[in-house]
Design a binder for this molecule. Sequence first.
Ligand code: ATP
Ligand code: MG
Length: 373
Amino acid sequence: MALFGSKASRLIGLDVGSSSIKMVALQQTRIGYQVAAAGIEQLPGGTIVKGVIAKPEGVVNSINRIFESQDLKDTQVACSVSGHAVIVKKIVLPVSDPGEVGDSIQWEAEQYIPFDIADVYLDYHLLGPTEDGTGTNVILVAAKRETIDSQSDVIAISGKQPMIMDIDAFALHNAYEMNYSPEPDTVVALLNIGASIMNVSIAAGEEFIFTRDIGMGGAYYTEYVQRDLGVSYEEAEQYKKGDAPEELKLTVSSVLHSVSGILALEVQKTFDYFRTTSEFEEMQSIFICGGASRTEGLREYLQETFQVPVEFLNPFQAIQGNGSKLPAGVGEDGSELTIAVGLALRQVGDKPSAAAAGSQTGWKGFLHKLTKR
Ligand SMILES: Nc1ncnc2c1ncn2[C@@H]1O[C@H](COP(=O)(O)OP(=O)(O)OP(=O)(O)O)[C@@H](O)[C@H]1O
Ligand SMILES: [Mg+2]
C-alpha cells in the first residue's frame, strides 16, 4: 500500500541500454521501498548501435515483453539518455535573481555547448547564489534532440508514456543516495559500466559534483576476446563471463586484464580532469555497477590502480527484501538494474522549482519536461 505519495504518481523506471532493456517499479510502504516489479530483456545484436536506435521494433518488442511478463498495466515511465549526446556542466550565470535563470540560460548556454543550440534541449538545476551574490550556480544540461526524440518515440510506439527524461548519471546518483545515505563530504566516484558506455559520477555526500561518460564498456572486452582468440562474438561473450574451455581460461584472463588496463586509464584521465575543475581533491572510495562491473578481475584492478576501496554498488541495499523479486537473467547483485532503480525513484513534478534555489538537497536530477527553445 502506498502511504507516501500515491501509487499513481510513481513512475516505472525504464532503462533502455544498448545490450538490454531493464525495468524496475518500486512501491513505497511504511517501512521503506519495496520492489513491485522488475524485468530484463536482452536486445538482439544490432538493435542499438553507437547510441543510435537502429532497429526500433527490437526495442518495442522487448519493452512489451517485459511489461507483459510482469503483468504491468501502468504505462507512465521514467527513462534516460547518456553518452556523447549529453552535456552536463556546472556553470555560473550572471544573474542574482533565480527567477531570471530561465531566460538567462538560453543566452548563456551556447558558449558551453559544442553542438548547434538549435539541435539540443536544455534544462538546468539551480544550486544557489555565488559567494559574492552577483551570480547563480546552476548545473546546465543539454541533450541532443534527436537522441531524446528517438528514444521517446520508441517508448511511445510501445504504448508507454515517457513522463521524465533523465540522464543516466543522475539516475546513478539518485540510486546511490537512496541506498547509502552518504555522510556530507564523503567523496565517492560511481562507475556504471554498461555494454558500450561507462557513466562516471562523483558525489560529495548527497551532493552531485561531476559527471562524464566514457564510450567504453563490456562490449570492448568481448571484442578483444573475439579478436585475440579468433572466436565468434557470442563465444567471446560467453568466455568473458567465465564460461571458457579450460585450456583457454588463462588466455581469456590475460585479455580481460589488458582491457581493464585500457578502461582504468580512461577512468584515470576522467579523475584527473575532475581534479582540475573541482575544489574536491581525493575520493574515499569507488562504487561500481552495471553488467560489465562483474568482469573478472576488474574490481581488483581498479582498487590497485586507484588505491582506494572499490566495492559493488548494491541498488537494492536499502530496499525491503533486498530485491528478492529480481528476475531471472539478472546477476545476483542486481547490478545492471541500478539505473532503472534510480529512474523508479522519480515522480512527476519532483524536480525542485526555482523556490528551492540555494538548497543542495532534494536533488532529483534532470528534468520533467525538457525546456524547448
Ligand atoms: N558476469 C559478467 N562478466 C562480464 N561481463 C558481464 C557479465 N554480465 C554481464 N556482463 C556485460 O555487461 C554488459 C551489459 O551491462 P548493462 O546491462 O549494464 O549494459 P547496457 O545498459 O545494456 O549498456 P549501455 O548502458 O552501455 O548502453 C554487457 O557487455 C555484458 O557482456
Ligand atoms: Mg546501461
